[in-house]
Design a binder for this molecule. Structure first.
Ligand SMILES: [Zn+2]
Length: 150
């Protein structure tokens, strides 16, 4: 009788430990999920002349042709990254910038006033990005371009 009680007590505490472990795992999983949900899916946001003309999820291969007075850029999303496939600007500097695939990175075509940047899909257009500090993306990137052009 006595030994049976001890046995069941030990079994009980083992169950508690297993339960706690499960809870910890569940908590960990939930945290991961929330983090994933919080940062959202990454998208390539294409801005032409300070206007957002396209938002392309990096998870989906796609192509977008941006036309403006100065010329044409072909923005391509492929294998989770984005690059400028083709452009008729002088020097093709935007094409030479290669592929970007992480948040906060950007491609710029100065002659065409085109910016391709990677942002979280749920970040909205007005979410300040890491590299721009506190100002809104639109105004500060325009300022950056002015500085670079000079
Ligand atoms: Zn270019």
């Amino acid at each position: 009788m006595e030994s049976e009680t001890k046995h069941s007590t030990r079994k009980g505490s083992a169950l508690v430990i297993v339960g706690l472990l499960l809870l910890a795992l569940l908590g960990f999983a939930l945290t991961q999920l929330m983090q994933a949900g919080g940062s959202g899916e990454l998208v390539a946001r294409v801005t032409s002349h300070d206007e957002v003309v396209a938002v392309m999820p990096l998870s989906q291969d796609a192509q977008y042709v941006v036309e403006c007075e100065e010329g044409v850029n072909t923005v391509v999303v492929k294998d989770g990254g984005v690059h400028i496939e083709d452009a008729d600007c002088k020097g093709h500097d935007c094409m030479k910038q290669g592929t970007i695939d992480s948040q906060g990175r950007l491609l710029v075509c100065l002659p065409h006033k085109l910016i391709v940047e990677i942002v979280p899909s749920d970040g909205g257009i007005n979410t300040p990005s890491v590299y721009t500090g506190e100002e809104l993306v639109g105004s500060s990137t325009a300022a950056d371009i002015d500085i670079i052009t000079r």
